[in-house]
Design a protein around this ligand. Sequence first.
Ligand code: ATP
Ligand code: MG
Ligand code: MG
Length: 545
Amino acid sequence: MNESKDFLRTIVEEDLASGKFQEVHTRFPPEPNGFPHIGHAKSIVINFGIARDYHGRCNLRMDDTNPITEDTRYVEALKDAVHWLGFEWDDGIRHTSDYFPRLYDYAVQLIKMGKAYVDSLNEEEIREYRGTVTEPGRRSKYAQRSVEENLDLFERMKNGEFKEGEHVLRAKIDMGAANMQLRDPLLYRIRHVHHHRTGDTWSIYPMYDFAHCLSDYIEGITHSFCTLEFENNRAIYDWVLDTLELEPPRPYQYEFARLAITYTVMSKRKLLELVNEGKVNGWDDPRMPTIAGYRRRGYTKESILNFCDQIGIAKANSTVDVAQLEFAIRDDLNTKVPRVMCVLDPLKVTIENYEGSEEIDASYYPHDVPKEASRKLPFSKEIYIERDDFDENPPKGYFRLTPEQPVRLKHAYIITCKEVVKDADGNVVEIKAEYHPDSKSGQDTSGIKVKSAIHWVDAKGAKKAEVRLYDRLFKEEAPKGMEDLNPDSLKVIEHALVEPAVITERPDERFQFERQGYFYADPVDYSDEHPVFNKIVALKDSWSK
Ligand code: ATP
Ligand code: MG
Ligand code: MG
């Protein structure tokens, strides 16, 4: 729940206090033409969140007025998203298409009132007649049609007697209005297409400006929250509801800023393009800004909710730094998940003075995480460390293992490099080392000073895992399109080595791989035989171009 009140909540509170409405009733009205993205999450959190905060109700409405692009798969994805974020809609899913008969009746009513007419200009003429910002439009000669003629034509439009584009129904408002949206907006157009719910019943489909306000009214919505680009449409919203002289109460529209995030595209059209062109592996690809994508990546619902809370609700559009979203997930996981060790690029270390084996008890959680549990780390003569945790010719300030500099193995002993083994090409293939028996973590009496502790795994105990390193999908801060894709947004490590407890105990689905970042057992491809981990986010903001 929002601690500091936003302007939408202020409006709702005032309306409840004044008695304008007894109960707040909102709706989330997606068009089922794609998977919901993080922008929809913001809208879900606003609409369902306000209803929850003020003990009202929120509807989930499929805004299915455009038959061509819709698919029941998207409907399922929308339901999943709302549920996953922790919300429940009021009394069944609504569909704008359920109101088609009533919307038709309202249109007939407007015609009878002389407030709507069938226009027979073609698309181009309609555009031309509309005028420009500086020039008023002019009305089509067809606006003079009689009520009887309009009623007859509109009914025949409905019955499928005309071709697409032959006629449209328009509101008769004001062709000279400064707000161009009011220049006799279109209410209905002819579409001879199959609708996924109403089939071939309709040959005409209502436009957003007509369907939305009336669907809100029919459902008893009190506050209709939408994004800023609909600001100029509010006048039509009001005009339709007022002109029809509907029984009160009627809903009111309020606009808030649309969410945009750096390094991300957000329109469903562009997301669909990414999917269709195979730039990503489907709508739930962990690089996608879809709710399904974030989920698969390993984002928690809390992190998304916190993010929505932190960005707040504004009246002016702006772009949120993606680092803020990354901060939200890091911040959430930091206090929750076990710390374990995984080596992505293994370099073998043979500890020549170690014989036998042991199991080291190691806590899963650091001191500042309010959880307690530990696992056994197998340790023996052969271990693997990260290849770049050894450097034969280290740069200044290199704190890890070198021929001269010992290092601590996290939770275990300090080791010293004794010999560097190379292949014929001069690549380092193995380190021969010595461990210091009196340097065990927690009981170190060796007096040896080390500058860092590195992660490692035991050669015999470690399990193989596939690790998918995800990075930002786009390399540009404000990506224009496919040309700005980051070619390195996915790197697959086939043979990473992970400590065994991660697989055998599975203390969690999400982990911090020490020094690497936060990872998530992929919910689709993971199995104990073939473990797969997705990188959720790095430990620190490490993005550099
Ligand atoms: P897109 O252009 O991405 O397809 P849309 O507005 O056409 O988005 P709808 O499915 O019609 O998508 O949107 C459903 C609801 O979600 C609407 O109320 C819309 O205002 C809201 N919404 C969509 N995108 C955003 C966004 N980026 N930020 C906030 N709210 C959004
Ligand atoms: Mg829309
Ligand atoms: Mg859209």
